[in-house]
Design a protein around this ligand. Structure first.
Ligand code: PMP
Length: 440
């Protein structure tokens, strides 16, 4: 039997180190919130392929929709012979777009393509060039997306020159003096020193920073940005690639703020495990580009469109928006209880919305502790739980389990999380082992 170690060795020879993996768990199969590796070990998945399988691994409805579509055709290229499922999916998303008025939607394949194309659309619509993004923001790894991503290492160093006319202002994380006032002041400095607002096509931000540490953009920030955009004719882009599709207790996270964006980028959870992304936007803006200026050979794959239509059905039928709230509350109260226990690692700033929840791991001096957060994930893996970090120093733990996770599996995952956060607590370890054997 091949082992994870065999593949790790082969991988080191065959695959460049520039693409990393959070674990050395080589997947064999997965179902809903569980994953088995090639050695037969079972894990509970609190990563969901980085917020992709919100509807669980291989949801039966999603798999059936893809199987049905694969009996018809798998690829024609939208640019050659367009197809119904693309149009239906665009219609469905236009109906639920988080802004009033007519919407149009175009599809791509990856999140980075969505953010890049949102910029192309914004530039064409405004006939302006500049884009403002936030420190700690993540918008993808293609070159323009890397430029918008607000973190040099590992995303920019060595890849320059970066596309021009991308500017960053501090995201108000509440840390290091990064308040809302400080961010808005920085924006004014930017307008005064580097770029006049009349040259700015768009401001892009994640309603909750994902990779950057699960920091929530406050309604006050969103409102202030909306006002600035309206004053200067700038478009507001909500990057919902990680926050989208019920994860935060709303279909789109931006809905928590009451602010309406002009463009919304979507990907990840939309396809329920099949690669698809898109830009949803106000109809008049979306029509700004010349025919042929947008698209891609695989953009809006019919298999992924069929999957996405099923995902939207599942979200509704299984009431996953409400489920995100319930799961998030259970997780928060558990983490807060663990934080109060003797022997637990130092936990602070439990935050997020719905079932997009993160928290910091601190060292004895109260400073963010990326090394300890990594150790927490390693201990979680030992206990059979796949868990990810985030944050600019890798200091935060994030939970992104499927919204369809069964109650018993969730409880088992929480017990493993407790063991990872409080390795000295024998009671929780025993509890976890008992629970696993009961469910085996
Ligand atoms: N935007 C956000 C907010 C993301 O979280 C990500 C992926 N983590 C991307 C864009 C890029 O998506 P992809 O990796 O599919 O290109």
């Amino acid at each position: 039997m091949a082992t994870n170690a065999d593949f790790a060795a082969r991988r080191a020879r065959a695959v460049p180190r520039g693409v990393g993996s959070a674990t050395a768990v080589y997947a064999e199969r997965a179902l809903n919130a569980e994953l088995w590796d090639i050695e037969g070990r079972r894990y509970i998945d609190f990563a969901a392929g980085i917020a992709v399988v919100n509807t669980g691994h291989r949801h039966p409805k999603v798999m059936a929709a893809v199987a049905k579509q694969s009996e018809r055709f798998t690829h024609t290229a939208w640019q050659v012979a367009p197809y119904d499922v693309y149009v239906e999916l665009a219609e469905r998303l236009n109906e639920v777009a988080p802004f009033k008025g007519d919407a149009k939607t175009i599809f791509f394949t990856t999140g980075a393509e969505a953010t890049e194309n949102a910029v192309k659309i914004a530039r064409a619509a405004t006939r302006r060039s500049a884009v403002i993004a936030f420190t700690g923001g993540f918008h993808g790894r293609t070159l323009l997306a890397s430029a918008m991503t607000g973190k040099v290492l590992p995303y920019k160093r060595g890849f320059g020159p970066m596309p021009s006319e991308i500017y960053h202002i501090p995201f108000p994380t509440g840390r290091d003096g990064n308040t809302l006032e400080a961010s808005l002041k920085a924006l004014n400095y930017l307008f005064a020193a580097d770029v006049e607002p009349e040259r700015v096509a768009a401001i892009i931000l994640e309603p909750i920073q994902g990779e950057g540490g699960f920091h929530v953009a406050s309604p006050e920030l969103m409102k202030a940005l909306r006002e600035i955009c309206d004053t200067h004719g700038i478009l507001l882009i909500a990057d919902e690639v990680q926050t989208g599709f019920a994860r935060t207790g709303k279909l789109f996270a931006v809905e928590h703020s009451g602010v309406e964006p002009d463009l919304v980028t979507v990907a990840k959870a939309l396809g329920g495990g099949f690669p698809i992304s898109g830009v949803i936007g106000r109809a008049e803006i979306m029509d700004a580009c010349e025919p042929g200026g947008l698209g891609g050979t695989y953009a809006g794959s019919p298999l992924a469109c069929a999957a996405a239509l099923a995902v939207l059905d599942v979200i509704k039928e299984e009431n996953l928006v409400a489920r995100a709230e319930t799961l998030g509350q259970r997780l928060r109260s558990r983490v807060e209880a663990i934080a109060g226990k003797a022997g637990a690692v130092r936990i602070a700033n439990v935050r997020g919305k719905g079932f997009m929840v993160g928290f910091d791991i601190l060292d004895a001096d109260g400073k963010p502790d990326g090394a300890e957060a990594k150790a927490v994930c390693a201990r979680a893996l030992e206990a059979g739980l796949i868990l990810l970090t985030c944050g600019t120093q890798g200091e935060a733990i994030r939970v992104l389990a499927p919204l369809t996770i069964e109650d018993a599996i969730f409880e088992e995952g929480l017990n493993a999380l407790e063991r990872a956060l409080n390795p000295k607590a024998p009671a929780s370890a025993a509890e976890t082992l008992k629970q696993s054997s009961e469910l085996a």
